[in-house]
Design a protein around this ligand. Structure first.
Ligand SMILES: [Zn+2]
Length: 428
């Protein structure tokens, strides 16, 4: 066994990393194929295990589960959406696409059904890890996440190895084994947003580079409705900013601007102080580590300065000041980020404590701001949504934009004065 993190071990296998089994504290996670029984029992001999948990009920993860639970007299746990497949004879093969590959797996890999003692749901604790539900590759696929050292055991939401050639590399799991690829991509985006320091896959070597995960999820096909929502001619969710508002602020006409959605939308959620906020994902161009920010004189307190984004000068707003958030530090070990948004062709950076996740919000989930809430957060709250056990404030981008445009006018004048010929005014 190889130790990967505090209390996290990867069992040996052949070929190495082809089908991974982990020991986390006193819980065995996944159990390879039926043929895995001997190698697993040999390596965990002498250890007192409390339970055996699955990332998902597929033949290459539950193959030896029944045998191991019987031999060690330990309970089996799995995601609630996979319980039926795990307990029903033929459930595993019925949960996957029919065909010769399925028959082959059933014949050689699939383990017998076994009663599930505990159906895992989001937020449950397993050996110091938090259960995250990430369906798509299987209906009840779960990942295990430990915030304190940012370790993620993510099963087959992504593979870090080509299953046929054995060549390491990060990619989506093969479509033939993934009943709902769109849903799986959504799960992958949510996991990537956690910026895990260590990723432990079902297939492939461990990965200690969160940027790789983020890069892959950016290049994956976008969710349905994305282009439609991004189209300025699509009526719901778009609005012409009133000319009078512009005039009052001395801002040039901006044309169409997407405001918080009237259609179900993916949102990037982030924290500032003790609060969570969200903006529509299609306005987010990139999320970067906080670069050198050059202060600009004579701007509103909300404007932190300008940053140089590959030669492009981008004003950065300090959301703490913008939104007048309650003091308190949500960042902890999380690194601060600048979320770069683009509105009407102009980019603006939003400095946040941490980007937490990508959430999908239906319009009915968002309660419009009214009464007292309307004046909260510097007047920038569009509405508020309950996600799991938290409240997320959906920001009104019109108002953020007003801050931003004021910032940009100042910033551009400043840069123009400093270095008329070059866009590289803020290097280092
Ligand atoms: Zn697998």
């Amino acid at each position: 066994m190889r130790q990967l993190a505090d209390g996290v071990y990867l069992l040996r296998g052949f070929p190495p990393n082809a089908i991974n089994v982990y020991l986390v504290g006193d819980v065995l996670i996944d159990a390879a194929t039926r043929q895995g029984e001997r190698r697993i029992l040999r390596q965990i001999r002498g250890r007192a295990l409390a339970a055996h948990a699955l990332t998902h009920a597929h033949p290459d993860h539950q193959g030896a589960s029944h045998a191991i639970c019987e031999r060690l007299q330990i309970p089996l746990w799995c995601g609630r959406g996979d319980v039926a497949a795990m307990e029903t004879p033929g459930g595993i093969s019925n949960s996957q696409a029919p065909g010769w590959l399925n028959r082959l797996q059933t014949r050689y890999w699939t383990g017998p059904p076994h009663p599930v003692a505990r159906a895992l749901a989001a937020g449950d604790e397993v050996a110091g890890f938090t259960v995250l539900e990430c369906p798509g590759h299987s209906p009840g696929h779960v990942a295990y996440w430990r915030e304190s050292d940012r370790v993620l055991i993510l099963g087959d939401v992504l593979n870090n190895m080509n299953l046929i050639t054995g060549v390491p590399g990060l990619h989506e799991p093969p479509a033939v084994f993934t009943p709902d690829p769109a849903r799986n991509r959504e799960s992958a985006r949510r996991l990537a947003a956690l910026e895990p320091a260590l990723c432990c896959f079902g297939h492939g070597p461990p990965l200690r580079d969160p940027q790789k995960l983020a890069d892959l999820t950016v290049t994956m096909p976008q969710p349905k409705g994305w282009q439609q929502y991004n189209n300025p001619n699509f009526a719901p969710g778009t609005q012409v900013i009133a000319a009078s508002v512009m005039a009052g602020l001395g801002i040039a006409a901006l044309g169409l601007v997407v405001v918080p959605p009237c259609v179900t939308a993916w949102m990037v959620a982030f924290t500032v102080g003790v609060e969570s906020f969200a903006v529509p994902i299609e306005l987010v161009r990139e999320i970067v580590r906080v670069p050198a920010i050059t202060p600009v004189p004579d701007v509103p307190a909300a404007v932190e300065g300008v940053m140089n984004l590959r030669g492009r000068i981008v004003p950065v707003l300090n959301l703490r000041a913008c939104l007048a958030v309650m003091s308190g530090d949500s960042a902890g070990a999380r690194p601060e980020r600048v979320v770069v948004i683009e509105i009407a062709g102009r980019r603006v950076g939003l400095r946040v404590d941490a980007v937490s996740e990508v959430v999908k919000l239906a319009p009915e989930q968002i309660q419009r701001a009214h009464g007292l809430l309307l004046s909260s957060h510097g007047g920038c709250a569009y509405g508020i949504a309950q996600v799991a056990d938290r409240l997320i404030v959906v920001l009104d981008l019109e108002l953020l934009l007003q801050h931003a445009m004021r910032a940009r006018n100042h910033a551009e004048r400043h840069v123009a004065r400093a270095e008329p010929e070059s866009g590289q005014a803020t290097g280092a």
